[in-house]
Design a protein around this ligand. Structure first.
Ligand code: HEM
Length: 430
């Protein structure tokens, strides 16, 4: 590379970043508009914080392939609510050591162990829908499902314990992307209090005799970067992260998928032809593979298309520890870089604004999608999330034909993850 090929970093010119932050929270096309004007990399300001946005495979690969030059970064509210032990807030060897411990919860044998619990939760929802006398909010039920998978099948919590945890967790989640000043009565203050109660509960779970229903026994003996066993305080914060990372994301994918089926009835019919050929429930020994892409290619294409058009994580962050080149542009040291997945997934020359799952079955597709991130911080729960989504879609649709109530708002709220504003009211078709 010669110096003449370097390009200056395009900037929006925003200084205080107040209007930018407001528009970012309201307009899902915030990044796209600026990419259209300034190219695949630009810098703006968000409430005084300089932030570089990037899209496209070249820029994203350039960033993630230089792990020595970057580290994880989260907004202050997320940082404080997750806590300093959380692997999301750790870097280098401390991050790697905790990833190794937590990854054991998502091995293929662990997933096999969780499958009967997940199938039960799917069947419970089917029954509830069948018996409901009035329409049910499916998006809300998907959140309860995704939470229960982690709380019940991974942590081994039952009934009352789980419900108490859920109530505090909702208070905690609401303030994740809020102003991190703990004024009395503010959402952030309430969330800090809920965090204390949550950690206390999670720590009591950790010291209970091993609960064979969950997967926590897999964490026994987990070591930190110095080879010392992780404290219960440390493990508690890792479990809190799992609830955060695995709850809204998976629920969002499921709700958006069901919404797309309603909005694209031909795609729904196409999927039902495949589902009608599959058995439900799967044989216990095949539960983790019965609906994988080789057995259910249409379902896989639909999931990929939902994760492309409405990614549950629309963007993630890195902080530059030193200056680095991304697509021939120098990004200075100490810059927050946002990988704008949502905008990136619609960027290119194809019909990328259209919901068309078939594109993922065509050989010519050149899409390079990373809904679960990439590099050293790639999602730890990817296989669990994929399993939950496949079991829920096949389990629900092989038993029921759902009718969506037409007179409701199908538009999506964007934060923390896309979800239908009116919660996708449905009833079972007579
Ligand atoms: C459709 C569902 C999901 C999507 C789209 C998703 C997406 C992502 C993405 C993009 C990241 C990377 C963030 C970054 O690079 O900074 C991530 C990280 C993470 N995810 Fe997921 N996720 C999903 C479900 C889950 C589930 C079910 C769990 C676990 C129960 C989970 C646990 C995690 C953890 C622990 C991290 C942090 C990894 C690290 O910092 O090293 N995720 N996820």
């Amino acid at each position: 590379m010669t110096y003449s090929t370097f390009r200056p970093l395009p900037k929006t010119g925003a200084l205080t970043g107040i209007l930018e932050a407001l528009e970012f929270s309201r307009n899902p096309d915030f990044a796209k508009r600026r990419f259209d004007r300034l190219g695949n990399i630009f810098e703006t300001s968000m409430l005084g914080q300089p932030m570089v946005f990037i899209q496209g495979s070249k820029a994203i690969n350039d960033l993630l392939s230089q792990p020595e030059a970057i580290e994880g970064w989260w907004p202050e509210s997320v940082k404080q609510l997750l806590g300093s032990h959380s692997l999301a807030n750790r870097n280098g060897v401390a991050h790697k050591a905790r990833r190794r411990v937590i990854a054991q919860l998502f091995s293929s044998s662990a997933l096999q162990h969780y499958s009967p619990g997940i199938i039960n939760l799917v069947n419970e929802l089917s029954e509830e829908l069948k018996e409901a006398k009035t329409p049910l909010p499916l998006a809300k039920r998907m959140r309860r499902f995704a939470f229960s998978v982690i709380a019940t099948t991974v942590l081994g919590l039952e009934g009352n314990d789980r419900d108490k945890l859920f109530a505090d967790f909702e208070i905690w989640t609401k303030a994740l992307f809020s102003i991190p000043i703990p004024l009395p009565g503010s959402p952030f203050n309430k969330a800090l209090k809920a965090r204390k109660r949550l950690l206390k509960k999670l720590q009591t779970v950790l010291v209970q005799p091993v609960n064979s229903k969950g997967g926590l026994d897999l964490l026994a003996g987990g070591l930190d970067e110095a080879g010392i066993p992780l404290t219960d305080e440390d493990l508690g914060e890792q479990l809190l992260l799992l609830l955060f990372a695995g709850y809204e994301t998976t629920a969002s994918a499921l709700s958006c998928l069901m919404r797309e089926l309603y909005l694209n009835q031909k795609v729904e019919e196409w999927l039902l032809e495949e589902i009608d050929r599959l058995d439900w429930p799967p044989a216990p020994k095949d539960a983790t593979s019965a609906y994988d892409p080789s057995n259910a290619p249409r379902l896989n294409a639909i999931v990929n298309e939902v994760l492309r058009l409405t990614p549950p994580v629309g963007g993630f962050f890195r902080l530059t520890k030193q200056s680095l080149f991304i697509d021939n542009i120098v990004i200075p040291k100490n810059r927050v870089v946002q990988v704008a997945l949502a905008a990136s997934n619609r960027h290119g020359i194809d019909d990328l604004e259209t919901f068309r799952p078939q594109r993922h079955l065509e050989n010519k597709s050149s899409l390079n999608l990373i809904p679960f991130g990439g590099g050293e911080r790639v999602c730890l729960g990817k296989s669990l999330a994929e399993l939950e989504i496949r079991l829920m879609v096949v389990g629900l649709l092989s038993k029921l034909r759902l009718a969506v109530i037409p007179d409701q708002d199908f538009s999506l709220r964007q934060l923390p993850s896309p979800s239908p504003r009116d919660e996708l009211l449905v009833k079972v078709q007579a």
